[in-house]
Design a protein around this ligand. Structure first.
Ligand code: GFB
Length: 318
């Protein structure tokens, strides 16, 4: 595997999507790296607008680029806003990756997702299982857009020798998550639902699906740490999974969140809601060989996420 170290210190580093949960964690993790941080506000530059993106790259000339901008959401958002998920994510990936090539970025990291792997691929999911079978239908538009971005990175590497790399994060959670009651991911949804039930004295909380799917959850600051490690040290066309290597059923996970929040009532299951893919556990052996492992245990991460939720809820009600 070719290794070309990339020094971050002193470089102009663009975090696309800095207001999102992942982008904000990257910004936090970059603070001690002494980079010249570049960000753009959504109101200023719409990353789906090719002309605006190219003009900004021409003026700003980032040397390193993290593509953490994306339209994201949980299973219901993916399944409902199907057109937005495919269009927005293809447009963002196409514009930012091509601009990075045109305006001479030295290094780019594209963040994909574990949902790019086939629904029934063997577990744990190895990087080479991409495109080996049909995708999970609830998030196929998002997965196809992410696969397009991954393939752009591979193509620009192959044709132009660009030092562009792909990383595949597992399901993420942490500060700055989206707590929308319908469109959030499961971690944010359950933190909010159990908290509201406890606060209002409701004795029953509904969890979607059967509770049997298995998911792997990574604290977003761990993800950011892995990304910085790989940005500095990794250069190859091979994807790199980023996860913990451990998964849990949704039912076990719901009990854990209830315990952290202090909810002691009943938990019931709404089987009219989709389960999504039955299991999504990443094989993290490549990442381990590259010298990185997750450090935040799930229970501790959920405690930290709940504290952030309480802080964020307080701010929005002030
Ligand atoms: O986090 P989540 O929406 O994402 O759902 P996916 C994970 C599991 O939690 C599913 C169950 O089995 C849901 O049925 N679940 C239980 C809930 N209660 C809830 C709830 O209140 N809200 C939500 N959202 N789920 C996403 C993809 O799939 O994974 C995205 O749709 C992205 O594209 C993300 O890739 C990482 O793991 O099912």
């Amino acid at each position: 595997m070719a290794e070309t170290p990339f020094e971050l210190a002193g470089k102009r580093i663009f975090v696309a999507g800095h207001r999102g949960m992942v982008g904000a964690a990257l910004v936090r993790r970059l603070a001690p790296e002494n980079v010249k941080l570049l960000t753009v506000a959504r109101g200023e530059i719409d990353l789906r607008d090719q002309g605006a993106v190219f003009r900004w790259f021409d003026e700003s000339r980032p040397q390193g680029v993290f593509v953490a901008a994306a339209k994201v959401g949980g299973i219901a958002a993916n399944n409902t806003l199907r057109a937005e998920f495919i269009y927005d994510n293809i447009a963002i990936a196409a514009n930012v990756i091509h601009a990075a090539h045109l305006y001479g970025a030295e290094k780019l990291m594209f963040l994909g997702s574990s949902c790019i792997y086939p629904r029934l691929a063997s577990q744990p999911l190895r990087e080479n299982s991409m495109l080996s079978g049909p995708l999970e239908p609830t998030n196929e538009p998002y997965a196809i857009a992410k696969i397009a971005g991954i393939k752009m990175v591979e193509a620009y590497r192959a044709q132009y020798g660009a030092d562009f790399i792909n990383v595949m994060p597992t399901n993420l959670y942490g500060p700055g998550d989206n707590y929308h009651p319908e469109y959030s991911h499961v971690v944010a949804a359950l933190i909010r639902r159990f908290h509201e039930a406890k606060a209002s004295g409701v004795g029953k909380v509904v969890v979607w699906g059967t509770g049997t799917p298995r998911r792997e959850f990574l604290y977003v600051d761990d993800l950011a740490d892995a990304c910085i490690h790989l940005m500095k040290t990794y250069s190859s066309e091979e994807l790199v999974n980023i996860g913990t290597g451990q998964d849990i059923t949704i039912a076990e996970f719901a009990r854990l969140v209830a315990a952290v929040v202090g909810y002691t009532g009943e938990i019931s299951y709404d089987v009219s809601r989709p389960d999504g893919t039955p299991r999504k556990l990443l094989d993290v052996s490549r990442l381990a060989k590259l010298g990185w492992g997750a450090t935040t245990p799930l229970e501790e991460g959920i405690k930290l996420a709940y504290q952030s939720f309480l802080g964020e809820a307080k701010r929005t009600s002030e």
